[in-house]
Design a protein around this ligand. Structure first.
Ligand SMILES: [Zn+2]
Length: 499
């Protein structure tokens, strides 16, 4: 995720207010255990992979092979009807499945529940909502135990209530907060859970829509209903899957190829400047290919370019403002193909990206001597979201690594090395220290323990989260479009409030 670029003074001024608002939002969405996102067993301990793995398996229970979902958008009703089929196996030692699906944690939205061919008469009896120690996010725990030796299939039907107003239906993942696509279909919200996804998107009604999304997006025939099948064509983390469904008449699209990479940029008509974005990608994409490696997604890049807010990266796709675009596109390498094992390890994505593109911060400086933090150990491996120190101190740690390796190009070579070997093979913070040792012979594992698994001499996340990092991309269309939809009044009031 990225941010608007703000003057540094404005950043400082907004920092406290922003964190307060952010943390209220974060902690109010899902009541969790006493100390959300924190497990004493990990604090000040050297990381123990086997223990962590067991803990994660006990909490998350299942290993998903495939998710097939059909989401039918009903613009008139501000709703979507969903059917999802999830094929999964149990993780080692587990017999009672759990799955993330936040709408069903908040209310009764599931209208049918069929497990292994047996439909439950009352869907609400098929599961209970449970808190998960270490996470603020709740899960659906199945009422029945299952055979750990074989694959299982869950099929549910449900209705999602969507925000009213302008008729657009899209993903809105917020990785810093840790909210993913479990708002739209059942899945596991953790970076290491790679699964095949096939999402059929349908729009009811005669108004033509445009669809942009991750991977292959095929327009398919379905009678009177508009339909697209979205398929990343490989296993990906659920929270990296993007789509945007937006009225065709309100949007423009530019598509072609840059350095052999298929590129599609959509935007609201009269909104963000897609030609400026295209120009930026014409230099940025070849640079990334030269520095890090071939573009990781065979279907290329889809951008929905917005006028305000920051950006969010997805597999082969981003919803982004122009100012955040280069940052989000770098994330195609680190966050959307090379992925962290747990959310708490995903500081790596922000640190690497912010160091490479120098957008956040725009200067590079090594980390202070003696810096110690609990950036990783302060959070449970099943917590959602990551420590905000990833942006500033994470970037400084990357600069420290660059200095140890012999300069900027040496660290870029290391990033290319990591990407070429470990894309789509989730890795942890200490794995990265191991890779550095393999690559260079330099052993930084002791420093990694101090930087990430220590006490908090390096400040706390509360004081380090830049307010503008939490800013999602703003999908509000230009006023002329709102006026055409009879929605201008609401926007004027909101704008008045904001200024
Ligand atoms: Zn980012």
């Amino acid at each position: 995720m990225n941010k608007d670029r703000l003057p540094r003074t404005a950043r400082r001024a907004l920092l406290l207010v922003g964190w307060a608002a952010f943390s209220m939002q974060f902690f109010s969405c899902s009541p969790g255990p006493d100390h959300p996102g924190h497990i004493d067993a990990w604090e000040n301990d050297p990381p123990a992979y086997a223990d962590e793995q067991r803990f994660v398996d006990d909490a998350l229970r299942i290993d998903i092979a495939a998710i097939d979902a059909t989401l039918t958008y009903l613009p008139q009703a501000a709703a979507a009807d969903g059917t999802a089929r999830v094929r999964f196996r149990m993780r080692p030692g587990q017999t009672r499945p759990r799955i993330h699906f936040d709408p069903a944690c908040r209310g009764s939205v599931i209208s049918s529940w069929t497990l292994d061919g047996r439909e439950w008469a009352t869907p609400g009896d098929a599961f209970r909502v449970v808190d998960v120690p270490g996470s603020t996010q709740r899960m659906l725990e199945f009422a029945e135990e299952v055979d750990p030796a074989r694959e299982h299939e869950l099929i549910i039907s449900y209705r999602l209530a969507l925000p009213g107003g302008y008729p657009c239906f899209s993903t809105s993942v917020h990785d810093l907060k840790g909210s993913g696509n479990e708002e739209l279909f059942p899945t596991l919200n953790t970076p290491h859970e790679l699964a095949r996804h096939r999402i059929t998107l349908r729009v009811a009604g005669a108004v033509p829509y445009r669809c942009l999304g991750s991977g292959s997006v095929e327009r398919t025939a379905a009678g009177d209903v508009q339909e697209w099948v979205l398929d990343p064509e490989r296993e990906v983390a659920s929270y990296t899957l993007m789509f945007v469904l937006v009225p065709e008449a309100d949007t423009v699209l530019r598509q072609g190829a840059i350095a052999g990479i298929p590129v599609r940029i959509g935007a609201f008509r009269g909104g963000a400047d897609i030609d400026a974005a295209w120009d930026e990608l014409e230099s940025w994409l070849p640079q990334l290919v030269a520095d890090i490696g071939p573009f990781p997604m065979p279907r290329g890049l889809s951008v929905f370019l917005v006028s305000g807010g920051g950006g969010m990266e997805y597999f082969g796709a981003t919803i982004s403002s122009l100012s955040a675009l280069s940052h989000e596109v770098f994330h195609m390498y680190f966050a959307c193909s090379a992925v962290a094992r747990t959310y708490r390890d995903s500081w790596i994505d922000e640190a690497v990206t912010s160091w490479y593109d120098r957008t956040y911060p725009d200067y590079l400086f090594p980390i202070a001597e003696g810096f110690r933090s609990s950036m990783v150990s302060g959070r449970s491996p099943v917590a959602v979201g990551f420590d905000g120190r990833a942006y500033y101190q994470g970037t400084q740690i990357m600069e420290t690594l660059a200095n140890r390796l012999g300069g900027r190009s040496a660290l870029v070579s290391f990033l290319a090395y990591v990407h070429s070997r470990y894309a789509f093979a989730p890795f942890s913070t200490m794995d990265l220290a191991d890779y550095l040792l393999d690559f260079s012979g330099i052993d930084m594992r002791g420093q990694f323990r101090e930087w990430f698994y220590s006490d908090d001499a390096g400040g706390t996340a509360d004081a380090a989260v830049p307010a503008d990092c939490a800013a999602p991309p703003d999908l509000t269309p230009p006023r002329a479009i709102l006026r055409r939809h009879g929605l201008d009044q609401g926007r004027r009031e909101r704008e008045g409030g904001a200024r």
